[in-house]
Design a binder for this molecule. Sequence first.
Ligand code: MN
Length: 237
Amino acid sequence: MTDVIPAPDAPRVPVRGGGRFPVHRIYCVGRNFAEHAREMGAQAPASPAARGRPVFFMKPADAVVVDGEAPYPPATADLHHEVELVVALGRDAPPGPLAVEDAPALVFGYAVGLDLTRRDLQAEAKRAGLPWDIAKGFDASAPVGELVPAAEAGDLRGRALRLSVNGVLRQQGTLDDMIWSVPEILHELSKLYRLRAGDLVFMGTPSGVAALSPGDRGRAELDGVGVLDFRIVAPQV
Ligand code: MN
């Protein structure tokens, strides 16, 4: 049997040291930093025992942008930046829930990325109790920097995330402030989905999210992992 249309190419993220990482799915964690949860008008959990279940949403794999150039999307007047740690999985998870202690073995590497968000559409969706898809999963909504293999990146404890726009610092936070750690998130995701090699997980953003405009240039950084220089280009018509 032959394909009746050309098969789309998997989006691919360049890897430091050579090679490309084909993307299978993009999972995202919401409200993983207390200060950001509060700036969004949500409550942060009072203790680890009160965390409940993480907030998850997805973006399509082809939302990935690897050259740093993201067009200002349609249907919004309030495009926001969210700088995040991105975790790339290099192995399929076994069937069933993945133990927290087995999760690190699945990780291929890390990058810094942007969870671009149509904040006005997200606010509408929240008010109406509707899904976030149109606010989060749009074309070119997932700029990602170069992937760094886990061994090269080393222990991520204490690392800082930072984002500046036109030379002005907008967001800064430490990965130590994540409410859910990377292994805990992989464990929680594995209860809901079969994790696969090629999956990316956006781990949530610290406070300071704000609007972007066409022509803005920015830099997202994760200490010891990498830098993503990005530009918001004119809307595509
Ligand atoms: Mn986010």
